[in-house]
Design a binder for this molecule. Sequence first.
Ligand code: SF4
Length: 244
Amino acid sequence: MNSSCLTSTEQVRAQAVHLAAAPLDEVLHWAYDAFGEKAAIGTSFQGAGLVMIHHALEAGIALPVFTLDTGVLFPETLALKERLETFWGIEIESVKPTLSLEAQEAEFGAELWRSRPDFCCQLRKVEPLRERLESLSVWITGVRQEQGETRKGAAILERYVFDPLMERTILKLNPMVAWTREQVWAYIKTHGIPYNPLHDKGYRSIGCQPCTRVSNADGAERAGRWEGFEKTECGIHTFLPVAQ
Ligand code: SF4
């Protein structure tokens, strides 16, 4: 199905059924063939994102790759970005917030992640992502159903209302949605893909440094994020309403 046939939720659901039965290479090929550089992979360098990018490059699919650099990432994560660029021979775009940390502190107070983590995520993740999505038709993510309650209902292809006033929608493609953590890590190890060394120190899901802790290997995958808060998502996977 080409891009012009995906204007209704029913058409998107039908394409999702088709894609769910297809191998990963075919899913990524479809995105690039239908949308070109209007489709891009967003990654925070968790395992699923690494698998997806590696697959795309091995298959000769030149999808753009970007990451959200909040300004408070672990040094290990920033170093990983450089290692991956060398390993894959690509450039990974860093999407940054408008406000520097200093400007944020001057306007809203120090360490906003301690007092108002949702607002901090809005400023440092959601708004920069929204701006990047403005130029895209398809946002490709490493979301997996197994990651937790908020993600278990994710489909391989979803349509979101991006701009309610203009009735503009965007497609979200989650090619890794049915992969297990074990499958992801087996692939990474088999193919020798560089990964965040913090995983070997007990961090299961790695985000911003102030909001990420070592977590119990038997617990939920995203345990260790925003410890002490009733918060499991930064908002980038929940800010767009699903199109009806
Ligand atoms: S994860 Fe923490 S530091 Fe990062 S944007 Fe959200 S609240 Fe701020």
